[in-house]
Ligand binder design. Structure first.
Ligand code: ADP
Ligand code: MG
Length: 736
């Protein structure tokens, strides 16, 4: 039976599932399933609590005695919630999360067991890690990896398991996850930014980076998902003609949320709140069946963990509600794709957002310092930033006409553009007179405290200043933000370190502090000018202009990843101890391998569907037409009306013959393209060098996708509705 028809009937019978009704204010159950600092205080001795807190704040290591006490406390708390198991929870480089559950259980003699959880078990686990990607870092004989507790992210409960956020390293000490380099980059940024803050405020002793992500996603009915092999295997539709009504009426964005969808949202938000994930905003997005959710921002490492948890929760809750959630960047051609805007800033221990202008000239000089340093960082490391968001799935979005382009640029808005231009013009090159200094300070003193102006927004920029934070918009919806955030922290830290060196050198030469800061800011404004762009990032003019400016436009992942061969980039990572050369190479290899595998899977699925689904459907329908033609011919030979009038018979069968012919032509083309593509895949697979293989997949295999899809989609339009087995866009995108 036609899978599409079965799915359609299931969808018609769907009823909304009642979401949980906590009937309490969120504040009463928020973080109920998290071992928060607040709970630790209750379960730990005061001394241990203080030591743990210090270790979290300063990033220092925790000794075994503290670990034992914390383990005991965690177990005691978890057992009050019916927990029986624990797991180290980590983020290996396959882009998923990993967990292996163990019970709190040990022999107690005489056939009995007791609940036990030691400091050692909390601090470290040794999973057999040989099946996680390592990019050649581990041979089988040293396949062991370690997971180690990351106390900066609190433990939480899923079902009956205590999850302990952890980092993942190889037996030989190399990092095998997203978390470790992220934590390192945060430490480096803390140090670099704190030192620069000291110019302005001696009370600043710590700077944290903050992240508020905005998660976009699609929902489709599970019945349709089950009828679409392509979505199941690759997360996106590899076929499907655009619907007559897509997003052109702009009637979906912020529209009213369908009841079934609202029930799903309430359900996953409730689960998030129990886990201390501060989701706050929900709305319909631009494309039909597309939505967004966003939390209150948090410290970067916790925010990254929370985003990963959120995606996991959403997938599970969606199934409960008869949906499937699609995090793929481009699940449907012809309508908008999904991103994950990363709103990023830095905050001090004194409660100041460093990217928010203040009330006084001094505050504003501090704001400008950090603001300009971020722009300079993006300028100097634009290609690295581009590579940090590269993936096979994000390639569909970057450069397509709805998402930020693959060209990195920074949007700051008209007002701040003027401020930067004025500074560039008015800061004198040599020594400043007292009048000049006063004038400059007065000038920047006028920067309004609140720059949040919704009219001055540029949705086409990949990296935009939005009043009190930068919004990195090119991050993909399915990505772990850890990679992009690690790179951003790192390049800003590096720029701040250089900034401080330059300022200090000028101070040593006898200039006063403010003067020196103004000088270096001016220098950075000039040096980073080409990265600033206020116009339409989707336009062809920008592509030309960017080329003139010497900005790269890497539209594919293999191209974007080339930056890791750059000496300057290797040095950046090694000099600041974020990744060793071996780790960089292994990560590059993993990313290229992942890219190849993703394209390979899509290519296989496409060919299978051409042979097993699309051609048979078309031929079935063609067979029907052949029968009709036969029928007409038979009829004309026996009835008097048309006897002896061959012309009339011909005209009766002509339209059918045309369709029969078109089907044959398209089927031939499709078959040939699918076979040729498979041949190209074979050739690509034979290439030893992973880099060359990735280019072969990108340049030789992938181009077939468009041809194949084009003809298959034409067949979808041609074949009678009842013969077509794949749920259509108009059905999948119409949520009820
Ligand atoms: P938008 O109009 O882009 O949706 P919002 O002001 O609603 O802007 O904020 C979007 C996201 O930015 C939210 O997740 C919010 O928590 C986050 N955000 C706001 N301030 C900061 C900050 N200082 N650092 C990091 N993220 C922030
Ligand atoms: Mg936004």
């Amino acid at each position: 039976m036609n899978k599409r028809v079965i799915a359609f009937q299931q969808v018609l019978n769907r009823q909304p599932i009642q979401p949980p009704q906590p009937n309490k204010p969120i504040s009463e159950y928020f973080a109920e399933n998290v071992f928060t600092l607040d709970k630790m205080r209750k379960y730990l001795s005061e001394e241990t609590f203080e030591k743990l807190k210090e270790a979290i704040d300063k990033g220092t290591t925790i000794d075994r005695k503290i670990a034992s006490e914390v383990a005991e406390a965690m177990k005691a708390w978890a057992m009050t919630k019916g927990v029986t198991h624990y797991t180290h929870w980590f983020q290996p480089l396959n882009g998923e999360t990993a967990e292996k559950h163990d019970a709190f259980m040990e022999w107690a003699g005489e056939g009995r067991v007791i609940e036990k959880f030691s400091g050692n078990q909390l601090a470290q686990q040794e999973p057999d890690a040989s099946s996680f990607p390592s990019g050649g870092l581990r041979n089988t004989f040293e396949a062991r990896g370690y997971t180690a507790w990351d106390p900066t992210s609190p433990a939480f409960i899923i079902d009956n398991t205590l999850c302990i956020p952890s980092i993942f390293v190889s037996y030989t000490g190399e990092t095998l996850d997203y978390k470790t380099p992220l934590l390192r980059s945060l430490n480096i940024l803390d140090k670099a930014a704190t030192e620069v803050c000291q110019y302005f405020d001696k009370n600043v002793t710590k700077v944290v980076a903050t992240l508020g992500w905005e998660q976009e996603y699609f929902l489709i009915d599970a019945a349709y998902y089950n009828a679409r092999y392509d979505i199941q295997q690759s997360g996106r539709t590899l076929f499907g003609h655009a619907p007559a009504k897509g997003q052109q009426l702009e009637d979906h964005y912020w529209g009213s949320i369908p009841e079934r969808v609202a029930a799903f949202m309430k359900d996953f938000e409730y689960e998030c709140h129990l886990l201390g994930i501060p989701v706050k905003t929900r709305h319909n997005e631009v494309a039909p069946a597309q939505f967004e959710c966003a939390p209150i921002f948090e410290e970067v490492s916790v925010a990254v963990d929370h985003n990963v948890q959120l995606m996991d929760i959403m997938e599970k809750v969606a199934i409960r509600h008869g949906f499937r959630v699609l995090f793929h960047e481009k699940p449907f051609a012809g309508v908008n794709g999904s991103g994950k805007h990363n709103n990023w800033s830095m905050a001090t221990n004194t409660g100041k957002n460093l990217l928010s202008p203040g009330k006084t000239p001094k505050n504003n000089l501090q704001f400008l310092t950090f603001f300009v340093n971020v722009i300079k960082a993006v300028h100097d490391y634009a290609d690295l930033l581009r590579s940090s968001i590269a993936s096979a799935s994000n390639d569909h979005r970057l450069g397509a006409n709805e998402a930020p382009p693959a060209i990195m640029s920074v949007f700051v808005g008209k007002y701040l553009s003027n401020v930067l231009d004025e500074l560039e013009k008015n800061v004198p090159s040599g020594k400043m007179s007292p009048e000049e200094k006063t004038a400059l300070k007065l000038g920047i003193g006028k920067i309004p405290e609140i720059l949040l102006d919704n009219t001055d927004r540029n949705r086409t920029s990949p990296f935009a200043f939005t009043g009190n934070k930068f919004e990195f918009r090119a991050v993909g919806s399915s990505a772990n933000c850890g990679n992009a955030m690690m790179v951003l922290n790192l390049i800003v830290a590096k720029t701040l370190i250089e900034f401080k060196k330059e300022v200090d050198a000028l101070i040593e030469k006898g200039q006063d502090k403010d003067e020196a800061i103004f000088q270096v800011i001016k220098k950075y404004i000039t040096a980073s000018k080409k990265i600033r762009f206020e116009g339409n990032g989707y336009s062809d003019e920008w592509k030309k202009e960017a080329k003139k400016r010497g900005l790269n436009n890497f539209t594919s992942t293999p191209e974007a990843l080339q930056v890791y061969h750059d000496k300057k980039i290797k040095q950046l990572f090694t000099e600041l101890n974020v990744l060793t050369e071996r780790e960089i190479e292994s990560r590059l290899e993993i990313q290229l391998e992942t890219y190849i595998k993703k394209v390979q899977i899509e290519s296989r699925v496409m060919a299978e569907m051409v042979h097993n689904t699309i051609i048979p459907a078309a031929l079935n329908y063609q067979q029907k037409l052949v029968e009709i033609v036969k029928g007409i011919k038979e009829m004309s030979s026996v009835t008097s009306i048309t006897t002896a009038n061959n012309d009339e018979t011909d005209s009766l069968i002509a339209p059918h013959l045309e369709i029969i012919k078109e089907i044959s032509e398209r089927v031939n083309t499709l078959r040939k393209a699918a076979i040729d593509m498979t041949e190209e895949r074979k050739k690509a697979n034979a290439i030893e060098d992973v880099e060359k293989r990735s280019f072969a997949y990108c340049e030789k295999v992938k181009p077939y996708f468009d041809t194949i899809r084009y003809h298959a989609d034409k067949l979808e339009l041609l074949v009678a509705d009842e013969y077509w087995p794949l749920p259509k866009y108009s059905e999948m995108l119409n949520l009820r």
